[in-house]
Design a binder for this molecule. Structure first.
Ligand code: FE2
Length: 375
């Protein structure tokens, strides 16, 4: 029998992982410009199918804890090697976010929940900010004479976001209102090649604008993140409500790509990341992204890992309380407790430096970054 690749493909044999364990120069150039890169066949089907089987039993569970099958789609694949080379040494994930987007169903029937000609607005976010519906009404906030832009500036630095996500502040001194890491690595578990499947979507190239915004916020005296200069903490969303975590207009205006025209894709400002089982996407922390509605009749399944380059002086690398792999604010614990740091190491200042110069955490990108900047 002809054992060639073509013949095996024709016979329907599943391809095994074939991506090299480093990024090519071409992929690095793409990562520099777009803020993300898709790695085809990065994860062996034996790993994705085991994870998928587990998730199918409990599709509503988001965090599985230190589960070797879930974490294995990263840890047992080429992805640690890829990021060791492109970024640098990093604590391996002890945890992950299982990101399932269920179909838009009503009473068991898939509904096109909106008119494709008049779709609901979809905005990307940068992870690590206090996000969600504000627990206070706009009228209450205004009646106290408080401003929506700086809402939370007098807030308890211990408090966490409404969805239990990121803290209101990273530090007690309130200089930093956004958590950060270095790279998001998302492993795709099922077919997401057709737009409208609930894809992870990005503002392609928006990481340049995010970095510029962080730098500008620092120049203006901070704090960095929502509530700081140029970035309102809350945005009114009608009916006396306000929402936190929306990127500011100053940044949207700087996005280079806002004309994505694809069949079945109603958001021209967002690029859907089209992948199939075993593909992975690596994106910078600062790349604004969002999940999108799933208009198919099949769940979208990804596993997300938040990876931060090792910080030599950080005593909490690998500490289970951080939730390495899932936590978007690893200078505090996953649950939001403050950590005590050794004298001479200020994790918040370090994080601010990296937000303002994200490529400084990518050892293996230095040559490409220099060349592309000079171009
Ligand atoms: Fe996110």
């Amino acid at each position: 029998m002809d054992g060639s690749l073509d013949a095996r493909e024709q016979m329907g044999e599943r391809m095994t992982a074939s991506h090299a364990n480093v990024l090519s120069d071409e992929e690095k150039v793409q990562l520099y410009h777009d803020g993300y890169v898709v790695l085809k066949n990065a994860v062996d089907p034996s790993l994705t199918s085991a994870a998928k089987a587990l998730i199918s039993q409990q599709p509503d569970l988001i965090v599985y804890g230190d589960n070797p099958i879930i974490n294995g789609v990263y840890n047992d694949s080429i992805l640690p090697d890829v990021l060791d080379e492109a970024m640098g040494p990093h604590t391996r994930p002890l945890n992950a976010q299982v990101a399932v987007v269920m179909p838009n169903r009503v009473d068991g029937v898939v509904k096109r929940a909106f008119d494709a000609k008049n779709p609901p607005p979809m905005h990307g976010h940068v992870d690590g900010g206090w996000a969600g519906l504000c627990p206070e009404k706009v009228s209450e906030i205004k009646s106290r004479g408080q401003d929506l832009h700086t809402w939370g500036e007098d807030g308890d630095p211990h408090s966490m976001g409404p969805a239990g996500g990121a803290p209101l502040w990273q530090d007690r001194e309130k200089t930093l209102a956004i958590g950060s890491y270095t790279a998001l690595a998302a492993v795709c578990l099922n077919d997401q090649r057709k737009p409208g499947k609930g894809q992870f979507a990005v503002h392609r190239g928006g990481h340049h604008a995010a970095e510029a915004l962080f730098k500008r916020q620092r120049e203006l005296g901070g704090p960095l993140g929502g509530g700081g200069p140029l970035w309102p903490r809350l945005v009114e969303t009608g009916n006396d409500t306000a929402f936190a975590g929306i990127m500011p207009p100053a940044m949207y205006e700087a996005y280079p790509d806002d004309n994505v025209q694809l069949d079945g894709w109603p958001w021209p400002g967002l690029t859907p990341v089209l992948m199939e089982e075993g593909d992975a996407v690596i994106a910078l922390h600062s790349l604004p992204h969002t999940a999108t509605p799933n208009m198919s009749d099949d769940p979208r399944m990804n596993v997300l890992f938040r990876i931060r380059r090792l910080r030599d002086d950080n005593p909490y690398e690998g500490d289970v309380r951080i939730g390495w792999g899932v936590c978007d604010h690893p200078d505090r614990t996953l649950g939001g407790e403050f950590l005590e740091y050794p004298a001479g190491y200020n994790p918040y200042e370090y994080s601010i430096d990296k937000l303002c110069d994200h490529w400084s955490e990518w050892d293996g990108m230095k040559t490409i970054v220099t060349a592309e900047r000079d171009r």
